[in-house]
Design a protein around this ligand. Structure first.
Ligand SMILES: C[S@@+](CC[C@H](N)C(=O)[O-])C[C@H]1O[C@@H](n2cnc3c(N)ncnc32)[C@H](O)[C@@H]1O
Length: 394
């Protein structure tokens, strides 16, 4: 969705579509669930990339990230368009300086800062204005760190790619898989008795739907592929994206996850539920829904970073690096499975057991933005593993 005011782009935040209460439930709520690992990551990120000097915080929101990072609030000069969000940030970061307004409007009047940081906010900028905004940022800082944990806002893509379908970027996609990736994916497909190859997402999805139906002995009305087709979802072009290394691992993780998950649900959880069929339907819909999201989400995140890499170069930054940090509990880890495999954004949960008592609290809201491993998480259970991708431009 996108919002226009007298022809000017307005993000959903500026338009007030996403009020503070909703933000508290979604963004802040998800970060609370992953509080331990995300705090460890944000602290490490600030130590590694933003250790000394004043920081321009662009689109600071409620300041939750800076608070979790335990950054000395005296170092922060923050901009945000939302008065309500800023009021909350003032309580979290009492010694910071705040400016209410759009980054584009406020930045020209500010002094040069050695560092700039933006968490989950630059996707609110109209991508067609990105070059201009990044040039402005470049004039005011030597080093910009862009962290993105949640899926970029829809409007980012509807402006950048006027039509659905983002396959025009070309590239090897799954043709670039190595043999191990092929073997692992094939194994998972076999386990699920799915015969469609991984490079045919439409027929794969049909089979996943059928497999879920039969495993849970439960029918979902409607065909997910037809439904996605009808809204312009372009299956055939999806895997075609440059440097799309992690697509394979995402699919692989997904297959591993559903095989394991379905088994556990059938054996342990459903039999103990008063209305197992109802829960089964919910889980089935969720599973299928997540597969389509997985395809979409992986590509969207990839495009977000690629778009910013290109725009940063054009804006005059010369050294651009894509990085990621992962943590398990409150420890930073170098587990390649967490760091490499979960491409899409974010948070990987290795906790596959869902206590039966939590099944009714399965949260889809904030996790619609989630990664392969966070599909079915109950809101009340804290999770241990997280990963944050970021870009450093200097
Ligand atoms: C998803 S929130 C992220 C907030 C915070 N950085 C965080 O990670 O929790 C996006 C924030 O960007 C702000 N924002 C969006 N467009 C903006 C703009 N053009 N100028 C300044 N702030 C903007 C919104 O008001 C909102 O607080």
């Amino acid at each position: 969705m996108s919002y226009q005011d007298r022809g000017r782009f307005i993000s959903q935040w500026e338009a007030g579509i996403n009020p503070l209460s909703q933000f508290e439930q979604s963004f802040e709520g998800t970060r609370k669930v992953f509080h331990k690992p995300l705090s460890a990551i944000y602290q490490a990120l600030f130590q590694k990339e933003l250790a000394r000097g004043d920081i321009l915080a662009l689109g600071i929101g409620t300041g939750q990230v800076e608070e979790m990072a335990r950054v000395d609030s005296r170092r922060i000069r923050a901009i945000d368009v939302s008065i309500g969000f800023l009021n909350k940030a003032r309580t979290k970061l009492p010694k910071a300086h705040f400016h209410q307004g759009r980054i584009q409007d406020v930045l020209p009047s500010l002094d040069h800062h050695s560092l700039a940081f933006s968490s989950d906010a630059l996707d609110c900028i109209n991508p067609l204005e990105l070059g201009e905004v990044l040039s402005l940022i470049r004039k005011k800082t030597d080093k910009l760190v862009i962290a993105q944990v949640f899926m970029p806002d829809d409007e980012f893509y509807s402006f950048y790619f006027p039509r659905p379908g983002i396959g025009s970027h070309g590239g090897p996609g799954i043709d670039g898989w190595n043999q191990d990736q092929h073997t692992a994916a094939e194994q998972h497909l076999n386990n699920l008795r799915i015969i469609s190859p991984i490079n045919q997402p439409d027929s794969l999805l049909k089979e996943v739907q059928a497999a879920v139906h039969s495993k849970f002995n439960s029918e979902i009305k409607g065909d997910m592929v037809d439904l996605l087709d009808s809204i312009g979802f372009q299956f055939r072009t999806m895997p075609q994206i440059r440097n799309h290394r992690a697509y394979a691992s995402e699919v692989d993780l997904f297959l591993e996850y559903i095989a394991d998950y379905i088994g556990k649900m059938r054996e342990n959880v459903l039999p103990r539920r008063p209305q197992p069929q109802e829960v089964a339907k919910y889980v089935a819909v969720h599973t299928i829904h997540r597969l389509s999201q997985l395809f979409h989400g992986t590509i969207q995140m990839e495009l977000f970073f690629k778009t910013f890499e290109d725009a940063c170069l054009k804006a005059g930054f010369t050294n651009i690096q894509r990085k990621a940090l992962a943590a398990s509990g409150d420890r930073i880890v170098n587990d390649p499975k967490i760091i490499e495999n979960v491409n899409r954004s974010l948070l990987a949960s290795t906790q596959l057991e869902i206590p039966a008592s939590h099944i009714d609290h399965i949260n889809s809201g904030s996790f619609t933005n989630g990664a392969a491993m966070t599909f079915f998480e109950p809101q009340s259970n804290p999770f241990n593993d997280a990963r944050v991708q970021y870009l450093v431009a200097s």
